[in-house]
Every structure is written in C-alpha cells, then in structure tokens.
Design a protein around this ligand. Structure first.
Ligand code: C2O
Ligand code: CU
Length: 490
C-alpha cells in the first residue's frame, strides 16, 4: 500500500491519480510547432521580487513587486521561426509557472499545473521549449496564483517579428500596457482579490496606470508617418474600449494575428475595439501635421480615459494618401469550418461547490500537495456548463470538457448567462471568431481570447492541436473561482 507520505514525495500527478483516475486517461503527444533545424536562442529567465516606485519619484517604493529578470514590463523580441530555450528559475517565495500566452507551444511547455507540469517551487528551475511559429504580439505570465502574481506585476511582453513585415515599414511603434495597481495610501499592496469582486466583475485596482505610470505617456512620432500602436490589457479585471480621436486609424491585428483586410476603427461597432484582460490589438495610426496630436482613449470609462498621446514632430516626411498596411497573413493552422464538429458551453454562476471526491481535511499533507499542484483558488463562484475548476473547497481535477482529435476542426458556441463580461481564452491555439449574436456587423477575426458579453453567444472555430489545453476566463478572479475547463486533444 502506498502511504500518504509516498504520494507527497511522488509527482503531482500521483496525487491526482489518487483523486481522479478517470480524468488522467490517455496522455497526448507534445507536438513541436517548428522543425528541429530552427535556430535556437537560449537564455535564463528569473522571476523575482523587487522594490519599485510605482507611484513615481518622491513616493514610497512598493515592496514585493514581481518582475521577470527584475525588470517591470520587459519587452522580449525575436524573429518568427526562432526557438526559445528558456532556463527559468523561480526566485519568488511562492510556487509559480510560466505560460506563453497565445503562442502555439508544445503543451508540455504551456505552464499549466497540473495538466502540463508540476508547479516550480521557490528556488526551483524549469526549462521551457518555446517555438515561435507565428509572428505577433504576445505576453507571458505565471499560471499559478495569477491574481496575486500578475496583480503584483509578473508578466512580460513578447513580440515576434516577421521579416516581411519589417519591410512593410512603420515609421514608429508604441506600446500601451493597461495595468492598474491595488495599492494602499502607503504605496503597499492591498488584497488583490475580494469575494465581492470575484463574484461580480472582478476587483479593480485602486490606481489606474498606463505603462506603469499614473500620467498618460506622451510619445513623439513623425508627422504624416504611420505608427503601429500595440495595446495589451495586462490587468486582471479591467475591460477597455480602445479608440482614438482621429479617423485615420485601422485595426490591423487582433491578439497578434493579421486582420485582413484591416478594419477602419471608426466603422467598427461603436467605433471602438473592446478588449478584456490578456487581449492585444495592433492599430495603425496616421500622424497629422507637425505639432498636432492623436489621443488614444479607453471609452469604456464614464469619462474617456486617456491612455496615450502621440505627438507629431517634423521628421521631413511629406503628406501622402493614407492607406492601411495589411500585415502578412497568420501562419497558424486554420479550421475547416464546413467539416467542424460543434460544441456548446454555457458560462454560468456556479450552484455551489461540486465535490465529486470526498474533500480532504485541510491539515492533511496531501491537501497541501494538491493545493500546490492545482494552484487552486479559495471559492467557487463560476462554472462552464455546470462544472467548476477545482477550488480549495472542492479538490479534484475536473474531467475534460471534451476529448478532441488532433487535426480535426471544432466550432465552439459560448453563451454567457451571467451578468458580467467574460473574456474567454483557449490555450495553445489561434481560433477564428465566426459570429456573435450581439455584434452582427463585426468582420471575422483571429484571436486567442474573445469577449463574451452577458446574454451574448459567440462562435469560434479552431483546428485542434495535440495536448491538454485549458479554456478559461481571463478575468483572473473568475478563473480562480471556477471559470476554467480543459480539452484533451489526442
Ligand atoms: Cu493568459 Cu491561461 O492564460
Ligand atoms: Cu469571467
């Protein structure tokens, strides 16, 4: 007979087998998305805590800010077709993992405990194999205590360039990182999550910020030039309506994938692009004459909230007719919609914890091992089609939403029957958003995260890749309180 202690010393999966034998089943093959001959870039990556003057000079430094390599908002940039060999080290005092959001990685590098790896304990190391098969704008972040760790700043931007795109030539590029902070008057962290927030729209920051600054950045760009404005919502909670005060702006990429043809921002429903946590958008802005400005706003706030001001400076460019530059088409595998199998899911409030296996006493060492390996939240507020991801009051691995076949196409219809918005993210895939019952005039677009409004049904299609892939709301308190499921693709 195997002892509890034996289970503790074994892998995280051992503990899971003991709780949910039916959920383990077949292990998918971890398929690489680049050939073995791809150039390799090997580098160390360290997660650690630093002190950072979030509120600006003269203000107290915030302790225990979390950052990769100790650098807030670090931007990593590589050419498409590169393979990253990342030697990750956890110097945080808590367990963590790294998830490469939006990148088609082999699933064993997807960073989701317990489906793809065990958590990396403080002082622990893990090597990630991160091929970059598609160009675009991505980010990476922990996939354990997301609310706490991303809330304290732990994420980095990842830009994958396509050499063909470089030739298309923008005159300037600018990043807008939407990330608020939960700070008390003394500049120190306050609780990242509240029960009230977790069960409603999420807990908002107390300090709004863009690129870490409470004052909207001012960025100079060549007059009459084209600026590629790359916006990401890295906040745990906030949903924005991205827009600007010029007509000369086109949405050219959604979640890093080219939008073909580019869409006139003004002509989209309400003249905005709605973005939930984790979503990225690339907008091409044509700059006006020298001295004039373009302002980029979040129109979702009661008053439009200024995100960034672009200031036109004379760089000797002449005025030319404005034409949006289409980006090279996405290289991600596309679904065959005509042959796709259909699946339907409801996003719901949970009807209380669904405990299939008897809960373990909290002081049982196995409880702690499971809590660590599952990275579970405190309570259950949400469910996908009546099933909720594990929480501390329901320790188990939920069965997969569906068993899929690698290479086959699927259409998911997601219907939100709650009162709150849910940006739903599927790991390891680029999907095509086909339709929505609320935004009929929207063109189809590619994404890895899609906003589903209350009373809205959204349809998206994808070609399944081998692996265990989670599907969850990216309002982090929602995912921590049940709004997460997974697909097994073999
Ligand atoms: Cu950006 Cu499952 O995460
Ligand atoms: Cu949600």
């Amino acid at each position: 007979m195997i002892s509890r202690r034996g289970l503790m010393l074994g892998s995280a999966a051992v503990g899971l087998v003991s709780l949910a034998p039916s959920a383990i089943g077949q292990v998918p093959a971890s398929i690489d998305t680049l050939p073995p001959s791809a150039p390799v870039k090997r580098f160390p990556l360290i997660a650690r805590e630093i002190d950072w003057k979030l509120l600006g000079p003269g203000q107290p430094a915030t302790k225990r800010f979390c950052a990769y390599d100790g650098e807030p908002f670090k931007v990593f940039r590589f050419d498409r077709g590169t393979r990253l060999a990342v030697d990750f080290e956890n110097q945080l005092p808590d367990p963590t993992t790294v998830h490469w959001h939006g990148i088609r990685v082999p699933y064993l590098s997807d960073g989701v405990a317990p489906l793809t790896q065990e958590v990396i304990q403080p002082g622990g190391k893990f090597s990630y194999n991160v091929p970059l098969p598609d160009s675009g704008f991505y980010f990476f972040h922990p996939h354990c205590d997301e609310t706490g760790q991303i809330g304290r700043g732990l994420f980095a931007l990842l830009v994958v360039d396509d050499p063909a795109e470089k030739k298309a030539g923008y005159d300037a590029e600018c990043f807008i990182v939407v990330k608020d902070w939960r700070l008390g008057d003394d500049g120190q962290w306050i609780a990242m999550s509240t029960d009230e927030g977790a069960s409603t729209a999420g807990t908002f920051g107390t300090v709004r910020a863009t690129n870490g600054s409470t004052v909207a950045p001012r960025v100079e760009a060549p007059a009459y030039g084209d600026v590629r404005v790359r916006t990401i919502v890295a906040d745990a909670t906030r949903v924005i309506d991205l827009g600007c005060d010029t007509e000369d702006a086109f949405l050219v990429a959604t979640d890093g994938q080219a939008l073909l043809p580019p869409a006139h921002l003004d002509k989209l429903p309400d003249g905005i692009w709605r973005m939930g946590p984790a979503m990225r958008a690339d907008v091409q802005v044509r700059m006006p004459e020298p001295g004039k400005e373009v302002k980029i706003y979040d129109y979702r706030s009661s008053e439009p909230y200024l995100l960034t001001t672009l200031v036109a400076v004379d760089k000797g460019k002449r005025k030319t007719p404005f034409k949006p530059k289409p980006l090279p088409a996405s290289t991600a595998p596309m679904p065959d919609v005509s042959k796709a199998k259909k699946m339907e899911y409801l996003l719901q409030v949970s009807a209380g914890p669904t405990i299939v296996s008897p809960a373990l006493p909290a002081d049982d060492p196995l409880s702690k091992a499971l809590v660590d390996s599952l990275c579970v939240g405190d309570k259950t507020h949400w469910a996908i089609s009546r099933d909720s991801w594990s929480t501390k009051d329901a320790l188990r691995l939920v069965p997969p939403l569906e068993q899929l076949t690698a290479g086959s196409s699927y259409i998911v219809t997601c219907t939100n029957v709650t009162k709150h918005v849910h940006p739903m993210h599927l790991h390891g895939h680029v999907f095509r958003v086909l339709s929505s019952t609320k935004k009929q005039s929207m063109p189809q677009y590619l994404a890895d995260t899609v906003v589903v409004e209350p009373n809205e049904s959204v349809q998206f299609a994808f070609k399944a890749a081998s692996g265990n892939w989670v599907f969850h709301c990216h309002i982090l308190e929602h995912m921590d309180t049940g709004l997460m499921g997974w697909f097994r693709v073999t």
